[in-house]
Design a protein around this ligand. Structure first.
Ligand SMILES: [Zn+2]
Length: 241
């Protein structure tokens, strides 16, 4: 296959692939999958936040419990001093008793703090569980939509895969520089990189080219550049007159 024929075939193949891909992307199932994924991302972010919050409260509970235990140990130690009978000094005993009272108040305060934190923790965990359940439900919905999409879009996808393979074979015929130029133009010009000269019109931009320009192009070989749209212009013998 010559370069010009391969170029035209490649361009036609690319248009077919684009059309089929658009059809595939336009399936309602595809949009539904994208919508669900968008929601899932939001829920995952929420879930991560809820987990961090729960971990923070758990750490705070542990800290408050440790502090309560430390205070309790101090109370026991002070109480043992009182109960041992070793201290007979009245003032010293009074001071110990005041210390124990103060420690007991601190302990009560800490215990209340633990209770408040536990309530917060419970609420936080309930919220995290709720978010997890929503996430599980969302993922099930996503899986269901994917299987639906595969059923509906499977044939179309196989067709696209097949055309992609054909594209690779056609692209292999072209010189590297010509292929690079073509891909560049295709990307820059709405997916269409090649025009064919028909009568004196470029099939891509549909502009009638002045005859002298057409002749000039024709003289340069079967693949030229359209002076109007800048795409590659294939001139088939007999077409340019
Ligand atoms: Zn053109």
């Amino acid at each position: 296959m010559d370069q010009a024929t391969a170029l035209v075939a490649l361009s036609e193949k690319d248009l077919e692939i684009t059309r089929a891909t658009k059809r595939l992307d336009g399936l309602p199932e595809k949009q539904a999958i994208l919508d669900v994924r968008h929601k899932l991302r939001d829920i995952e972010a929420l879930s991560a936040k809820a987990d961090v919050y729960v971990a923070q409260i758990e750490a705070a509970v542990r800290r408050a419990e440790d502090e309560t235990a430390t205070i309790s140990a101090k109370i026991v130690a002070e109480q043992q001093k009182v109960d041992s009978g070793e201290i007979s000094n009245h003032k010293e005993l009074q001071s110990l008793s005041r210390e124990i009272d103060s420690l007991s108040r601190q302990k009560d305060k800490k215990e209340n703090e633990v209770l408040t934190l536990m309530e917060k923790l419970e609420a936080g965990k309930a919220q995290a569980d709720k978010i997890s359940a929503t996430l599980v439900k969302g993922k099930a919905k996503e899986a269901q939509l994917i299987s639906q999409f595969q059923k509906v879009g499977g044939d179309l996808q196989r067709e696209i895969d097949h055309m992609q393979k054909q594209r690779v074979s056609l692209a292999a015929v072209l010189d590297d520089t010509l292929l690079a130029r073509y891909d560049e133009l295709r990307a820059a010009k709405h997916g269409l990189g090649v025009g064919i000269l028909r009568e004196s019109m470029c099939s891509a931009c549909r502009i009638n080219l002045p005859l002298e320009k057409v002749y000039a192009l024709g003289g340069g070989g079967p693949i030229a550049i359209c002076p109007s749209c800048g795409r590659l212009l294939v001139i088939r013998s007999g077409d340019s007159t």
